[in-house]
Design a binder for this molecule. Sequence first.
Ligand code: PLP
Length: 437
Amino acid sequence: MPRETRESAALFERARAVTPGGVNSPVRAFNAVGGTPRFIASARGAWLTDVDGHEYVDLICSWGPMLLGHAHPEVEAAVREAIARGTSYGTPTRPEVELAEEIVARTPVERVRFVSSGTEATMSAIRLARGFTGRDLVVKFAGCYHGHVDALLASAGSGLATFAVPGTPGVPASSTELTLVLPYNDRAAVEKVFAEHGDRIACLVTEASPGNMGVVPPEPGFNRFLAETCRQHGALFVSDEVMTGFRVSREGQWGLDGKTEGWRPDLVTFGKVMGGGFPAAAFGGRADVMHQLAPEGPVYQAGTLSGNPIATTAGLTTLRLATDAVYAHLHHVADTIKAATSEALGAAGVPHVVQATGTMFSVFFTDAGPDGAVRDFDDAQRTDSAAYAAFFHAMLEAGVHLPPSAYEAWFVSAAHDDRAVQTVLDALPAAARAAAA
Ligand code: PLP
């Protein structure tokens, strides 16, 4: 008997009558996998409970933020205390100073400014890079997502450097004609575009380790190469750590490459984990660049709820609890699930590639690219979405909620204990057979 979804279906119908697609962010609608999205009534630890009363092990973790799991008692207590003191003042507060200090201590940034979403963070970082350099062009990579910033909602046919065409109606060509899109992990394409346009490029923005086309890690030395190329040409290197920051390691992706290799990005964007499940994000970087920002400098940027005391309290408490032991646990859980998924898919004869950066991973339902790995958006797009949809629904029926799209990272938390992991492992063989069918 399939799980009953009457309440979710009823809410979905009501939602569609008042909200486009019934959701407030497109992927939640299940369009990529079909079926009824589960409306979640509550969550605790590693588990979601839907409005029909079914429980699921959560491998979405709110698309990254819930590093400690849901309703962590200490985060909950800190937030309750903060709410009792009022929820927003529009003045400076202590928690935002302390969260900024924590971020500066952990990462390569010298100054940080808070905003409310990752989209705002990358939008503001680009404005600042343009203001600082006095240049207009922005370079990005196909398959990298930086939020729904007009200038970055662009992809171009990969393989060639092209001035981008908008990826969606509503973005005028004039918004993306200053954006250049390159294939990821392609040094020759980067060299070529800087050779041709280097003196007009304000910044190159990249996901520190892409997670929005599935997890496609930078090849060894690639981020350093990008940082050096930018420096040679007087452009800024903007590392988008909205997804990877405080997730893939204590210090984000920079802790896995920049710190050991001895280089720093000029600007970094953060979001997700640093908000502890509340709307908080940030951009930061070199003091001389950040100094250009209002009110110190001329580049305007602002926000009514920026640095909100509840969100910064949740983020600060989360980061303080995100110790080395937490990251060791996340690694263990991720490694166990990766290995078991690969084994189950292999046994069922389903072509797949598992890729990871730090504690973040994803499974591509495809053969590896020519060099044995998924290294760019072209490779990623060979994913068999129908096989993933069958796998996804079998997992869902067995009580495991994966991301409802084949192109997303899978996220685990400190709360994924043996019972949660075992539920995933038990579900895998039948789901793999469903994917093979
Ligand atoms: N940058 C990256 C790397 C992201 O993964 C996302 C969201 O998934 C964003 C930016 C946008 O963040 P938000 O959804 O908070 O606007």
